[in-house]
Design a protein around this ligand. Structure first.
Ligand code: ADP
Ligand code: MG
Length: 724
């Protein structure tokens, strides 16, 4: 029987491309068809109930009980008209994926019949059996219950015959157990703080929403090849594998024409996403072979994040129909680019103004500068916390690996805005203003259209791109809520401080505009060290960053310290986003997840090396030995089997190294598993277990180069990346 690898290769050869049908050639005909959006609410609800839910969506007002009943039965009627039989609260526990538990609408009646029912109670709150979700010690057994509660700001949707209701997830004692609760709190804090600052310029602003556009990178691999690689299906990345002779060196994949099989998958996935109201707009090939990207149009941030979580789930489901597997891991293949998830972020008022978009007039530019500089200052003050928010065992492979932004947080502005800030910093603005009272002349002119694509710096983790900041360091599999909660809360905190500072100057008798300008000027100076326009991958930057006092946390356990630092505790308390207990619980969960993932990788590595790789090498070696024996029997000179003997020796060398190191690694794991302190355990796993990965892999990959191709058990990188 051929090996799993060759069976897999055979199945790939036999693939046909499934036909993809769009519901209509016009996307606008079916966009959002599976979403209970405002339009459908209007159709299914009384005017009163509709108003009540719109108030809740737009202004966060609670929905009265009787209205909830109405909404629930309208939702059920709509969902049943679309063939749904079940409903579920859909939430985002700290596992990183989404969770759901389906209940049917069906209820038996006293007379032996049955009806379909969905009550306001069932819509508003559920009590999922929650003891198996991570809580970081928040849920002690006596208070083991967790609640999910309806989040009306994100509309319900139908996914394969189930009505899904986006919810928050909290413990019995009210602590957040999910990603959404802190995000909503942070957005609320930002809204309040930003509106107050807007009032210096425009009294008509009533609400500020953060907006987010998420670019999602991913790899595709044939499902048969994927299933033939236990490391891929157990850890999401290839733990072994010699780099393919051809990989990305010709730079011929990026923006290249999309392979037909992939194109069909994309169309199918996009159609499903559009039906769910996910506004996917962009698709293209990425840098690495078999790497792709999709991006929706930006949305209000809570919705954008729900949509991204949903999209990741959807991609996986649709891929199955095309015999693909989507790899969302940050670094599935060593030696070629990994995947990220760029978070494009800005703040937009209810009057439709993007606060990060430079205006036409100097007055508008002052408003822009206010929000722009406060964002820079916020990131400067809490760079470590932002770094912590993107830390994960997967992302450690990318950050600082000369392909993704480094682990050092810095901000790229582009030369034009950089000059503007320098000009303000060095100008004698305040004096001039006081004398002739023509403040606006003191503000440098900012052209409205900033150079965009020409002025891009891909090496920066946080870059200004014309009318938004782009946080590029987020990992492809991450829930964006984690960094976005932090970004929004630190900017909220900074804006509050700004207001206090400006008001103080005004109380001292400064004119408003002067007070604004003086504060901006001071902030520019104070936060200057985080601005960097050069090459973030370079060694010089590492040195310079150090001399500037910027942190460079290369690994997750150390990066996570910032989550429970003193400065963080203060900003969490001031903005009310995390209690101390919640912050510590999260810190613990992340550390635990870190070492557990390394533990799994180490185990898989050991098993594969011992049970798959070494036997294959020995098998080949035995063949060589038989060959040499035969040649000897024929009485041939030793020079005729010189190569064979050489290979036999080399095989032994690698086999011995692998075996010895796998055993040592196992021993280290045993020792570390006795460590109680979670942080120390995570650090030990990094320093004493993960340190074995590279050397073991090196020798396994050497074996891959030596062993007869027909005897090699695992699909090779060239097959994973190019065989379609
Ligand atoms: P790139 O060249 O990096 O792909 P794009 O202009 O295509 O940049 O935009 C990437 C993402 O940024 C898209 O999701 C887009 O909708 C989003 N975006 C554009 N403007 C804003 C904004 N003001 N706020 C948030 N996201 C935005
Ligand atoms: Mg981008």
């Amino acid at each position: 029987m051929p090996s799993v690898r060759f069976q897999a290769l055979q199945s790939v050869l036999n693939r046909t491309i499934p036909e993809v049908k769009m519901p209509s050639p016009k996307i606008s005909d079916f966009y959002g068809a599976n979403v209970f959006d405002k339009k459908k609410m209007k159709e299914y609800l009384s005017t009163e109930a509709y108003q009540s839910i719109v108030n809740s969506i737009d202004n966060g007002e609670p929905i009265p009980r009787d209205m909830a009943d109405q909404v629930a039965s309208a939702m059920r009627a709509w969902a049943m008209s679309k063939g749904a039989t079940h409903y579920t609260h859909w939430f985002q526990p700290l596992t990183g994926t989404t969770a759901e538990k389906h209940d049917s609408f069906f209820e038996p009646t006293a007379d032996g019949g049955a009806i379909e029912r969905f009550s306001g109670d069932a819509l508003a709150q559920q009590e999922p059996d929650a003891s198996s979700f991570p809580s970081g010690g928040i849920r002690n057994t006596f208070e083991a219950r967790g609640y999910t509660a309806w989040d009306p700001s994100s509309p319900a949707f139908i996914m394969s015959r189930t009505l899904c209701i986006p919810t928050v997830y909290v413990s019995y004692t009210g602590e957040a157990l999910d990603y959404k609760v802190p995000l909503l709190k942070a957005l609320n804090a930002l809204d309040k703080a930003a509106v107050e600052v807007c009032h210096y310029f425009d009294k008509s602003v009533e609400k500020v929403n953060a907006s987010l556009g998420i670019e999602q990178e991913y790899f595709l691999v044939d499902i048969a090849l994927f299933n033939a690689r236990p490391d891929l299906y157990l850890t999401g990345r290839a733990l072994f594998g010699h780099i393919s002779a051809k990989n990305q060196q010709l730079e011929d994949h990026y923006f290249g024409s999309i392979p037909e099989r992939v194109y069909a998958f994309m169309q199918d996935m996009e159609t499903e996403a559009l039906l769910l109201g996910i506004p996917l707009k962009t698709r293209h090939n990425e840098v690495a072979p078999s790497q792709f990207e999709c991006a929706p149009i930006y949305e209000e941030i809570n919705l954008a994040i729900d949509h991204n979580q949903l999209l990741m789930d959807l991609m996986d489901r649709v891929a199955k129909r095309h015999n693909f597997k989507v790899l969302l891991h940050e670094k599935p293949y060593a030696g070629i680019n990994g995947s990220g998830k760029h978070n494009n972020w800005s703040m937009i008022t209810n009057t439709g103004r993007n606060l990060l978009s430079p205006g036409k007039t100097p007055k508008n530019n002052l408003m822009f500068l206010t929000f722009f500089v406060n964002t820079i200052k916020a990131v400067y003050e809490h760079a470590d916390l932002l770094r912590a928010s993107i830390a994960s065992v997967n992302n450690d492979h990318r950050l600082g690996a000369n392909e993704a932004p480094p682990a050092i947080m810095s901000i790229f502005l582009g030369s034009q805005l950089n000059d503007v800030l320098d000009e303000i910093e060095t100008s004698r603005l305040s004096k001039k203003i006081k004398e002739d009272n023509t403040l606006w002349q003191g503000i440098p002119k900012i052209p409205q259209i900033l150079p965009d694509n020409t002025d891009r710096n891909r090496t920066s983790p946080f870059a200004f791109t014309g009318n938004k900041f782009e946080l590029r360091a987020v990992g492809s599999s991450a829930n964006s809520a984690s960094p976005m909660t932090i970004l929004n809360l630190i900017v909220a905190d900074q804006l509050r401080k700004f207001k206090t500072d400006v008001d103080k100057l005004m109380k001292k008798g400064e004119k408003k505009d002067v007070a604004l300008m003086l504060t901006i000027k001071r902030y520019i100076k104070e936060s200057k060290n985080i601005r960097f326009e050069g090459n973030g991958y370079s060694e010089e930057w590492e040195k310079e960053a150090e001399s500037r006092g910027l942190s460079n946390f290369r690994t997750t356990p150390l990066a996570l310290d910032a989550m429970v630092g003193e400065k963080t505790e203060q900003v969490f308390a001031d903005t009310g986003v995390f209690t101390k207990r919640e912050a510590h619980a999260r810190h613990d969960i992340l550390l635990e997840s870190y070492y557990k993932k390394l533990q799994i990788e180490a185990r898989v590595m050991g098993e594969l090396a011992t049970n798959v790789i070494i036997p294959a090498a020995i098998n080949y070696q035995t063949k060589l030995v038989q060959n040499v024996k035969g040649l000897k029997e024929l009485g041939l000179d030793a020079s005729t089997y010189e190569a064979q003997v050489d290979i036999i020796n080399k095989l032994s060398e690698h086999i011995n190294f692998i075996r010895k190191n796998v055993e040592e690694m196992v021993q280290q794991r045993k020792n570390i598993n006795k460590v109680d302190d979670t942080r120390q355990k995570a650090i030990d796993y990094d320093e004493k277990v993960r340190s074995f990965f590279q050397p073991i892999r090196y020798h396994v990959d050497k074996l891959e180069q030596l062993v007869d191709d027909t005897l090699w058990p695992l699909p090779k990188f060239r097959e994973l990346l190019f065989f379609k």
